[in-house]
Design a protein around this ligand. Sequence first.
Ligand SMILES: [Fe+2]
Length: 216
Amino acid sequence: MFVYPYWLFFYPVYLLYYHSEHDLDLDHETILQEVIDSRKKPQPSKHNSRPHQHEVPDEHHTFYEDTNLYDKTYDTVSKAVSNVIDGIFGKEMMYADEIWGHIIPPGEQTMVHNHGDIFNVEIGLSWVYYPHAVEKAGDLCFVSNINGKEYFYKTTHTKAKLFMFSNYIYHFTPRNASKIDRVSISGNHFAENKLRNILADDVRCENPYWKYSGRM
Ligand SMILES: [Fe+2]
């Protein structure tokens, strides 16, 4: 069982801002269409990362913007993102927990949120991948509060780009001012016990996790 090391309560006092960008070599047009189809023609799936839209009764609920991916889309994107993560942390250090489609129609936006679990300290990273890029559709923005000062950073969303960041950093996208839906795929990767044990003993913070999670 992973025991959160006592020194972590003192060392990473603040969650600093950090994100990394990577290019995914995928058939982006096919993935884009599959995400759109998964909302209009949902199918049963093995993973069920999100409820289907007709299962979310309140359109004000944030899950209303999300769509449960087809298994083939989930597997393709999971493999591509896991390859990037394996290249940074080593094989079998993290696993894909949830992956879902996110569709924002014109005039709408994604509210400020993070992917952390307030009831559980999760060691992991969150990410978003863009199978297309639409001008004025809303770029991913991060906000962080360090010692009472707020920091804000706006990215430029780009086709094929994967943005990876702490699962605890707050982020949002402004209003979609284009005329078409903005489509992205998001997910969370969590640490395997092997990585958790490495981090528990990593008193010099040498593992890349600290940098990628914005904790150093
Ligand atoms: Fe998010």
